[in-house]
Design a protein around this ligand. Sequence first.
Ligand code: GAL
Length: 698
Amino acid sequence: MNEKTTNGESEFPGPMDILWHGAAYYPELWPMQSPREELERVRDAGLSVVRIGEFAWSKMEPLEGEFDFSLFEEVMDIALELGLAVVLGTPTATPPIWLTHGHADRTLHDQEGRVMSHGGRQHAAIEHPYVRERCRIIVTEMAKALGAHPALIAWQIDNEFKCDVSEDYGPSVRPVWEEWLKERYETIENLNTAWGTGVWSQEYQDFEQVPFPVKCPGLHNASLLTAWKRFHRERIAGYGAEQAEIVRQFSKAPITHNAGMLFQSNPELVMESMDFVSFDHYVDSDNWYRMVTNYDYWRNLKPDRSFWLMETSSAHNGSLLGFHKPHPKGFVKAEAVAAYALGAKAFCYWVWRQQRAGAELTHGCLMQSWDSPTVGMQACREVEAARQILEPALSGKRVKRAEVALMWSDTGRVMLDTEPHNGLDYCELLTQWSRVLRSTGMHVDVVPEGDSLEGRRVLITPFMPAVSEEMLGRIEAFVRAGGTWIAGPLTGGRTIEHTVPVDRGLGCVEAIAGIRVKHSYPLFNSGAEGVAFDARVELTGWSYLLESEGAKMVGTIEGGPTPGLGFLSENALGEGKVVVLGSEPCGERHDEFLKALFSHYAQGAAVEQWFTVSEGSFVSPWESLDSESSETLIACNFDGEGGSLRLPGRCIDTETGVEIDSEELVSIPAYGFRILAVEPKAYFRRDEEGTAVLVDRV
Ligand code: GAL
């Protein structure tokens, strides 16, 4: 939604219309303070938006059925006067004591049956009919009271679904679990067949017998474990959708939810009912690449709209337990520039003022609990200066859709959770693959399972054990039309019900890959190495050792119990290729090998969005909304070392107006950025050595 957002009654631009800069503010925690003076400070810091309300249920409904939104109305009135926009959060993550006190059945139970206490967040059992009803009521009353306020530019539903808790094993879940199973399997026989419950005499005779995966001696059935997680992911998304629907009855402001990549929810499902995407991400400067993975992902959940970064720290993280190291000077600016340059329309801090009470006393902020600006405030001023430069440069443009896509699959994540194969962590693996992919200099999208694949040239789907028929159909069409699909490690080795395929080792994937899996066993600590593209790499993990049935064997295994079999195959299909990576590269040459793999196939697929940029920096290509020909490059440095970029064509530095010749080395200042307008028609391809060569794009 780079076009204007419908924005209800608000006097402000919509969430997608400008580059916002904001912070979370909790007026309910500062009764000794004048909200006007505080909001004046917020405005003077250069911020344009505050998020309020998301934990204030006990202030809004101190006693059951008695509502008071006056503080929030007052804050919104003042914000409006001062020119500050407001995002309102529904407060359902933190119910008041009267909702759960003395009612263990209304609280979430963990896998050991422990009851979650009042005092933290997300402890209420959202499947409990009474809890659910009170959630609906508070959201309704809040939306009625505040939903048409002219300061309001957006709603945030709840806060970070499942960030502090995972699945609920409490009694209120029982009826919905059975209902979900019935809907999915229709008969208990179907469930038994799908899950292979003949193992260990698990067969069920009725849905009411299907257990929660609480502690049992040994391990539960993989299908039960995976189904349980899917069920909860659908339920929490439904909970968000229900609130969004209520809000829409009383308010025209667009709705979002601040999700996170690591929480126990599926962002792709959650965002289906939201108007725009937002997320929270706290990064430390040594791991800056993690934020790039985040931006590359959140940008793709609603590809026709931009997204918000709703929370990050202006300085460091902290809680009662400890803190992270402080961000080096300049890092927060680089973080914000990266966010805006990779498509975010907002960069917001948690939290405006230091928490004076609670569990997060040491968290980074912009103002101390007394009236003194923090190092975070310095960072905020640097961000604001950069934002003002970026805003006109990015207006009327959007980040180009990347030709290279790495799939972040919630199915893969859930299945690796159920079956971690010696401790594989899906999120960490995908983040590392994304880091290596970005380090080639390519422009990358990290895409959800539902990606249309339009405009993609290379699709990479690692660690995705099950590929649904629908997805395989979509991918096959993409390949036949000229795309390159790199599948694996593990991709295809399980059915969607988390059983082992019985037709072929890699199930439906094998059918279009021109291979046959000869053996499937762990190459873990086996001494096996893979050799491909003049590169050699140690192999590990649960592996599929391949023989050709028409495919070219690009990589073969040396050493280990069965040397000579393939681990990397390539099959021509239509205009494109299916590439199977049957084993997991590891060890010292992991990065080098993956880079060689990605570069080889990107070159073969004629990927154009590929920049010669030093490590620690990256380039984000933007296109104009109204003309295909003009392109802007934002080059950013993250590692604080500064970087350089060899330009693909003649460019103009938009800040200085200086023309820079193609092939000239352009420097990127430490934690700094350059905005470069590429001359129309200056496009390039890689030649066989990987060097950029200018071509006319026709
Ligand atoms: C987020 C949460 C905030 C605050 C922050 C601290 O997960 O949404 O309310 O707790 O973490 O880093």
